[in-house]
Design a protein around this ligand. Structure first.
Ligand code: FAD
Ligand code: SF4
Length: 399
């Protein structure tokens, strides 16, 4: 019987899916199987829309549609937890399987703790993640570093520390990610600082790291992270839709080594971006960014895109808020940010959504990640994992 902590090389038994999938199509096969068996009502996955840089969430109910969204998209900057919470009623009445990067999975865990998402109705199929690339800068990067028309790119992948781009005529060009990042391109700032690459808080953690030998490039390394994950993998194996093999022991070591190297790289970026990584006083952090906060237009974009913001009636709205709002004024800086900070920062998973949307170019993800690190040091609270409730302003909201 498959159990938590088991590890496998996995690939689809279906040739079409195996070819369409990024690394053997095990994830697509599992998701299709869950729909076929009626274990879930829908799958929330990701597809490209207008082009490679336009990455969108898709809700799939017909198992035959699963293969159409196989493959990994690195120009996507979505937060899947936000979509489940805001647009799918926190999975209260619908069983959903969802593909999740570590920040998506951590956010779902925080929303489950706050009773906004129904854990019983969610299956998290985790994807290892070394980072995502902002779409607009991504296009610019292809012009400058790859000397390519961005519209000619049909596929991108990350392998051995390089971003490889394939064009319509079948040629591939690659540039080391280090080189891109030294020039201010490459992964988003929050992804560079992220220390969680393997989503062990999901039910399964799937990725290409550690697949060596004859299966290299043709299979996915799956780590089973929960009894729920073990059960669905067992059922898929029994049904013959997925092929599992024991991983090569050296592959397990290589996976661990790459993960450690990525954590060290995140450490380097944190040292680069923060004045003191050992946890500055929150007051010092906020003081440093007063000029940045002053650029805030009060467009409320960060609040709208934040997957953790939980109040049904936001206290920053005129009808509910303090005096300045009832007088028809916008919240003064930095009150807006302090208020938002109190509500979300302990659960902030560094997903970067706030910074992505901010028209004032305020380094919001960088600020809240640093404050969250101080909370981790002070209270020992690690966001996005376990069952412990957030320590400061925990409000179970429910749906
Ligand atoms: P497939 O059968 O191809 O299925 C992949 C599923 O993921 C599809 O349903 C698709 O809709 C969904 N998906 C695609 N893009 C996204 C996205 N951005 N967010 C959420 N869901 C998505 N593995 C590593 O070991 N190391 C890494 O550094 C690493 N980085 C990754 C970065 C990103 C942004 C992504 C999306 C994946 C990354 N992976 C990484 C995982 C790896 O690329 C494969 O997704 C994994 O091995 C599963 O392969 P598969 O053939 O079974 O998946
Ligand atoms: Fe202010 Fe930026 Fe948030 Fe808009 S997104 S409210 S400008 S911080």
């Amino acid at each position: 019987m498959i159990k938590t902590n088991d590890m496998f090389y996995a690939k689809s038994s279906d040739t079409e899916i195996a070819e369409a999938g990024e690394y053997g199509g095990a994830v697509t096969t599992l998701l299709k199987f869950l729909l076929e068996e009626g274990i879930v009502d829908a799958v929330l996955a990701v597809d490209s829309s207008a082009d490679l840089y336009d990455v969108v969430p898709v809700l799939i109910e017909d198992p035959e549609d699963m293969v159409k969204v196989a493959g990994s998209l690195h120009f996507g900057t979505l937060n899947m937890a936000n979509i489940i919470n805001r647009y799918l009623d926190g999975a209260q009445d619908m069983k959903i399987a969802v593909t999740v990067k570590p920040c998506d999975a951590m956010t779902l865990v925080e929303l489950i703790k706050r009773e906004n998402v129904n854990q019983d109705n969610i299956i998290m199929v985790g994807l290892n993640c070394g980072g995502t690339i902002p779409p607009v800068k991504g296009r610019q990067m292809l012009e400058e570093f790859y000397e390519l028309d961005p519209d000619s790119a049909i596929k991108e992948k990350i392998a051995k520390g390089k971003l490889i781009v394939e064009t319509e005529d079948g040629t591939e060009k690659e540039v080391p990610i280090d080189e891109l990042e030294d020039e201010g391109f490459g992964r988003r700032g929050n992804c560079r600082r992220c220390e969680v690459n393997i989503p062990r808080m999901a039910d399964l953690a799937c990725g290409n790291w550690g697949v060596i030998g004859p299966m290299a490039g043709k299979a996915t390394f799956i780590e089973v992270c929960s009894p729920k994950g073990a059960e669905i993998l067992e059922k898929a194996k029994e049904a013959g839709v997925i092929e599992l093999e024991d991983p090569i022991p050296q592959g397990i070591e290589i996976r661990e080594k790459i993960d450690n190297a990525m954590v060290k790289l995140a450490d380097k970026w944190q040292n680069n971006d923060w004045e003191d990584k050992s946890g500055r006083e929150i007051f010092s952090v906020l003081t440093e960014y007063m000029d940045d906060f002053a650029r805030c237009l009060k467009c409320y974009g960060c609040r709208e895109s934040c997957p953790i913001c939980y109040c049904e009636n936001c206290t920053l709205e005129a009808d509910n808020g303090p005096d300045w709002l009832s007088k028809g004024e916008i919240p003064p800086s930095p009150m807006f940010h302090l208020e938002r900070m109190l509500h979300m920062v302990e659960s902030c998973t560094n997903c970067g959504q706030c910074e992505d949307v901010c028209p004032g170019d305020i380094p919001l993800a960088k600020i809240w990640h640093e404050v969250n690190t101080k909370i981790k040091i002070t209270f020992g609270y690690v966001k996005g994992t376990g069952e412990e409730k957030p320590p400061i302003a925990y409000f179970p909201m429910g749906k």
